[in-house]
Design a protein around this ligand. Structure first.
Ligand SMILES: CC(C)(COP(=O)(O)OP(=O)(O)OC[C@H]1O[C@@H](n2cnc3c(N)ncnc32)[C@H](O)[C@@H]1OP(=O)(O)O)[C@@H](O)C(=O)NCCC(=O)NCCS
Length: 147
């Protein structure tokens, strides 16, 4: 059991960001037969990147925010390493991240939830909006939360 991870905001292009990309590729793209590294990630230089690291500095959890406008921000690429899931780390990562963007003046978070993890976001107060749509070959639903 992992007691806790240390959550922090990291720089785009940092070593932690590179570790997070490997985690994202392994958890969110390889299982679909895709590679994160085939995607154009240049726009991520303007995103907010959040990691959860253990005492050795190893990244086990990650999410990013893409600003939509001055008040609304989109959360995406939410991932917790498989061996640490089900221990409250995802919940803690999202709470830490919401507090950070709230402190920056954002008032609303949107996201595209994979259908299989909708209940994760709904447990954190996100509400479904609209119809199903396909993204990376999987059914998704838009969700939003007012901070
Ligand atoms: C979704 C994910 C980030 C959750 O992280 P986690 O650390 O396992 O989640 P937590 O332990 O903090 O769970 C928080 C709540 O969400 C629920 N939950 C967690 N994972 C869930 C899942 N896959 N499906 C449905 N509910 C889930 C838990 O039951 C818990 O609810 P509770 O507090 O009422 O018991 C993690 O399972 C993951 O990385 N999945 C693979 C990547 C992925 O699909 N990301 C989302 C892309 S949209």
């Amino acid at each position: 059991m992992q007691d806790s991870l240390d959550f922090s905001i990291i720089e785009h292009g940092s070593h932690a960001y590179e570790q997070a990309c490997l985690l994202r590729d392994g958890m969110l793209r390889k299982p679909l037969g895709l590679s994160l590294f085939d995607e154009d990630l240049d726009a991520e230089s303007s995103f907010i990147h959040v990691v959860g690291r253990d005492d050795n500095g190893t990244v086990h959890a990650y999410l990013q925010f893409k600003p939509v406008d001055g008040k609304v921000i989109k959360m995406q690429q939410v991932v917790v390493a498989a061996h640490l899931q089900g221990q409250g780390i995802g919940r803690a990562l999202v709470h830490f991240s919401e507090e950070h963007v709230r402190s920056l003046g954002y008032t609303e978070v949107t996201l595209h939830a994979r259908e299989v993890v909708m209940s994760f976001y709904e447990a954190l107060g996100y509400r479904q909006e609209g119809d199903v749509f396909m993204e990376v070959s999987l059914p998704h639903f838009k969700h939003r939360k007012v901070l």
